[in-house]
Design a protein around this ligand. Structure first.
Ligand code: ZN
Length: 182
């Protein structure tokens, strides 16, 4: 007889191996846990979104100014319209993305939800918590909060919530919940 989930050869009775059984139980436990203790959201701050693409904006302004030098009215109008359109598209894209990103602290697990994805981590697997700020984020009092498992090298292995507003204060709340639940 073979395990109907992973195909491993079974020694005892039943149609599923111990490993798959434990995984199923764990999944059941995690699915049941719906009690929310804390929610951390990414924050949409227009000033930060401008700062994030400041190089691009400066380049755009230089292009608009060079059109002024050429005194070609059509080129001036076209470059301004393009620059503004690109800005609006960027801001709308970011607002939509950020409105759908949050980190939720349940009783046994932490979940990062984005528009099309969900990533789960159990408290017992969290080995390190930290926050990170780029200089642009620091100006806007924003930052990324990261929960990492043991021996992890890349962010992909842990949970990350980007662009949290008032990050120092929010990070304290995260530490409190993790200290209590872990
Ligand atoms: Zn199995």
């Amino acid at each position: 007889m073979k395990c109907k989930v992973c195909g491993r050869e079974l020694k005892g009775k039943g149609n599923i191996c111990t490993y798959c059984y434990n995984e199923k139980q764990k999944q059941k436990r995690l699915d049941k846990d719906k009690n929310t203790n804390l929610v951390i959201n990414s924050k949409y701050k227009p000033i930060y979104e401008f700062l994030k693409i400041v190089d691009f904006i400066i380049l755009g302004i230089i292009i608009v100014m060079s059109c002024f030098v050429s005194e070609n009215v059509l080129a001036i109008i076209a470059s301004i319209v393009l620059l503004l359109a690109a800005l609006v598209v960027w801001l709308l894209y970011r607002r939509n993305k950020i409105a759908n990103t949050s980190m939720i602290f349940y009783d046994t697990k932490v979940v990062v939800k984005t528009k099309d994805k969900e990533k789960v981590m159990e408290y017992k697997d969290i080995a390190d918590i930290s926050y990170y700020q780029s200089w642009k984020q620091r100006i806007c009092k924003m930052g990324d909060i990261r929960l990492m498992p043991e021996n992890s090298i890349v962010i992909m292995q842990g949970l990350n919530i980007p662009d949290v507003g008032n990050v120092v204060k929010e990070f304290e709340k995260v530490k409190e919940v993790i200290a209590e639940k872990a």
